[in-house]
Write a protein that binds this ligand. Structure first.
Ligand SMILES: NC(=O)c1ccc[n+]([C@@H]2O[C@H](COP(=O)([O-])OP(=O)(O)OC[C@H]3O[C@@H](n4cnc5c(N)ncnc54)[C@H](OP(=O)(O)O)[C@@H]3O)[C@@H](O)[C@H]2O)c1
Length: 315
């Protein structure tokens, strides 16, 4: 059950874990305009336009002192082991970062009345359903990554029923320039390289900056509970690559349509990650930004040097 908490209108102090990650850095950039931002990283960020603290969050004892030292009003946890292959290879580390860490953060936040957001994944579903998944559908994670993320949802819910659990999927510009699928297509196609695009993996990509702005809006509105926070348009990874190629003016014939089953990826992937966003758009009272709006912004960011700007923060 999801209900609303009081609405926050003022400037808040926001702690972002995993601030060097794809979501973390873009969330920090979006939050800076209206809020005080403190990021937590492991030493990559050297000259970011917000405060950065260094901590290894796999060390449980670091968590409580970090929160007591910073005393945030909101905490958005973007730290995770988000690489499916690495999770498959190291299930213990996946559990520590994707299950234990959110549970611990949620506990500490609940005790101190800090609003907590756990960023989960669309991949909690195994993709065998026809049509779209709603928040009412029972998750059935297909691998270590998705299982540990779902366990993270449960760990958070047990100790902090006021928390927001956002199941996301996003693309955008990252600190290292190679984190997102969109960057993979841009990097490869701009160099004239052939790439494969999976025709049998359906997902709903959202520009990470839209994800960030919506997370802030969800906090401002005082939401709680599970929400699907993804784009409104389902498409295959092949179609996604084609749309990027067209927007950037790259040669579309460099993208080969392929089945994910023919790839060298070992971690099992769901074929259908079409998730409904009806619950979120209803409670927010507006449409979720369209795919084409997000892609246009992604391209404008490229033209305006946004990728170089965020990359410069790591030197
Ligand atoms: N990308 C997507 O489309 C997608 C889809 C579904 C769900 N998600 C979820 O969205 C969230 C953010 O994903 P992302 O793509 O932004 O991930 P990411 O780019 O891999 O970032 C992960 C972040 O976690 C940090 N981290 C890892 N281990 C840590 C540790 N021991 N101590 C402190 N920090 C640590 C990383 O720091 P370093 O930079 O030092 O490694 C990095 O900042 C995750 O919860 C992920 O599961 C993402």
């Amino acid at each position: 059950m999801s209900t609303c908490l009081p609405v926050y209108l003022t400037r808040m102090k926001l702690l972002i874990t995993g601030v060097s990650g794809l979501l973390g850095i873009n969330l920090a950039m979006e939050s800076l305009r209206e809020h005080e931002v403190i990021g937590v990283d492991r030493g990559k960020l050297k000259s970011a336009p917000f405060a950065v603290l260094r901590a290894d969050l796999a060390q449980r004892e670091a968590i409580e002192s970090l929160i007591d030292w910073t005393r945030p009003e909101w905490l958005i946890n973007c730290a995770a082991l988000a690489n499916l292959e690495k999770c498959q290879a190291d299930p213990l580390q996946a559990k520590v970062l994707n299950t234990d860490l959110p549970g611990e953060l949620a506990t500490v936040c609940a005790k101190r009345n800090i609003r907590f957001v756990h960023v989960s994944t669309d991949a909690v579903f195994d993709g065998t359903k026809e049509g779209f998944y709603t928040e009412e559908d029972k998750p059935s994670p297909p691998g270590v990554y998705s299982q540990t993320k779902l366990d993270g949802e449960h760990a958070v819910q047990q100790v902090n029923p006021e928390a927001i659990l956002a199941r996301v999927n996003f693309y955008g510009w990252s600190l290292g320039g190679r984190r997102s699928l969109a960057e993979f297509f841009v990097n490869s196609l701009s160099e004239g390289k052939n790439v494969n695009g999976f025709t049998d993996v359906i997902f709903c990509p959202m520009l990470v900056n839209d994800t960030a702005r919506l997370l802030l809006e969800m906090l401002q509105k005082g939401l709680r509970g599970v929400y699907h926070l993804i784009g409104p348009q389902p498409m295959s990874k092949y179609q996604f690559g084609m749309k990027i190629a067209r927007r950037f003016g790259f040669d579309e014939t460099l993208i080969f349509p392929r089945s994910v089953e023919s790839s060298s990826l070992t971690a099992k992937r769901s074929h259908n990650l079409w998730l409904s966003i009806h619950k979120l758009s209803t409670v927010l009272g507006h449409e979720i930004p369209s795919f084409s709006t997000g892609l246009a912004e992604f391209y404008t960011q490229f033209q305006q040097g946004y990728p170089q700007k965020i990359r410069s923060y790591q030197h």
